[in-house]
Write a protein that binds this ligand. Sequence first.
Ligand code: DC
Length: 663
Amino acid sequence: MFSTAFLDIPALQGASGTVTLPGSKSISNRVLLLSALCQGTTVVHDLLDSDDTRVMLAALRQLGCGVEVQGTTVTITGLGGRTWPTEAIEFFMGNAGTAMRPLTAALAVQGGDFTLKGVPRMHERPIGDLVDALRELGCAIDYLGNEGYPPLRIRQPALQLDKPIPVRGDVSSQFLTALLMALPLAAQDRAITIEVVGELISKPYIEITLNLLARYGIAVERQGWERFVIPAGSRYQSPGTIHVEADASSASYFIALGAIAKGDGIRIQGVGADSIQGDIRFMDAAAQMGAHITSGPNWLEIQRGAWPLKGITLDCNHIPDAAMTLAVMALYADGPTTLRNIASWRVKETDRIVAMATESRKLGATVEEGPDWITIHPLPAGKWQRASVHTYDDHRVAMCFSLAAFNADQVPVRIEDPKCVAKTFPDYFEALFSVAHTAASNIPVICIDGPTASGKGTLASRVAAALGYHYLDSGALYRVTAHAALQAGLTLEAIDEAKIADLARSLPVHFEGEQVLLNNVDVTDAIRSEQGGMNASKVSVLPAVREALVQLQHSFQRLPGLLADGRDMGTVIFPEAPLKVFLTASATQRAERRHKQLISKGFSANIDALRADLEARDARDMSRSVAPLKPAQDALQLDNSSLTIEASVEQVMVWWQSRQVFG
Ligand code: DC
């Protein structure tokens, strides 16, 4: 996840490949509860791993369900046909609304001695409408805190099922979902009717519930959106195996990507055209705009079709969330696009009509808006502007505008607060970058060169973290090369140069956070020692070895950008880098820092010896014939002898921002 203050997405040129989308949250928890209420075993594939599903799984275990987790596959042995627990159980529901509501209903209808609690915020989330409905049918539920809110205490019910059960539909559709999933427990010998009071909101979510109930053998009779009848004799039946679909709204960004980006097409794994989620109908709208879409069980493939895309006018009431993605596709169309019947945009995470209009205008677009509609005019080449997109703590605004990076003018797009995507898709940008591609010249590299122990590594990795960029520690590559050479029984001298270069060319090295793995073995400590540094220094003067490492170093230049640290980053490896910093510090300072570092790692060290060693190494490094230490001509010098790390990071960020101006 990108938890940086902003994410600069370089201008993108194409996209190809497969993205596997995470399982839908709403479907995951419904499937878990239904599997628990069945008799027998259900194998659930592609379950979303999130706070909400963990809470549900923990509760099911407490109830005595069999729960076996293997990655994203979970095997549930249901409670159907078994005796329910009679002992008192206290459930902790965290802040998981999708667990709290349906569990409350199921437990209340079944009866027992149950307490349901959550985090303080959960105790502020209303549940009164559901409790009222459950009490109406004879459930025994008490509020342990504030009236209308969790925590709750549930006892044995005295069910009265002869008259219709009223439930409010205009606050949260989750209350109706909870009743629909729980009441089959009580419908053995009589039909049960639920009556919705008020206009039912979020109907697509009720469709998901009804669809899933059908998969579990419960055929609810729907009369308009006002009455739902659970037939007499209803019994949960395990489907045996079930796949949790990926979130269809999340899929919309990759459907749009396939329609916009040049390339071999995008395959989306996890959701198909036969999805039970309302937002899947986004694919029809995308097709109308020009996308070529094919689908099979649980997958979609999208190719760019008409180009430019075709402007459309569409009533979007049935796809309110995914329709936002159309607004960005509209920038690439041949005429204006009008999205109608989107009044609900005004009351979502933010006023989404205002948000989409304001941010599209920042990019240069002409936008008109009304109370429940928006018209977006296409943005032709020559008119795109570099914009810093405000995201209003709205995951969908952030994901939508990432697609503006395919603009004809090849300007980058800044997304503010990128971590807001965590609400539904924490790894959205990673998924985007795994399929998007662009010219190397579009992917920024910031080089930090400088003498040994100047603090390059720390500075580079901090700046990388602040920008969400990759980090190349080129010194580590020389260290690992030396390590591999010694392991292979080679000397670190010129006579073995060709063999060491061969090793370097296909070095099986991986970085995992701070760890360096060679052939999947952790060699971090071995290469970070003083001896490791000496050895690296020896192989680094062998020209064939330097040449052999060039390609590997270039391969680190990946989206969205790179911080490269090492003496020749700005001079040899990335000479075109838009920002080069030459970091220096006095030998005394560097010796002190290195001393601290070594001591903290449990190595013994002597400051004076370190200092003498550093000075000797500087002299050698500056005068050596192969890759001598020297600043690139266009490098900015930064002497950090008397600067804190934070101040150095700040300075580099200021330089970088001054070269990356976003309107
Ligand atoms: O930065 P470091 O201490 O990990 O570097 C180890 C050795 O490798 C050091 O002697 C400098 C050398 N080196 C190099 O020649 N070129 C680089 N790009 C990085 C390091």
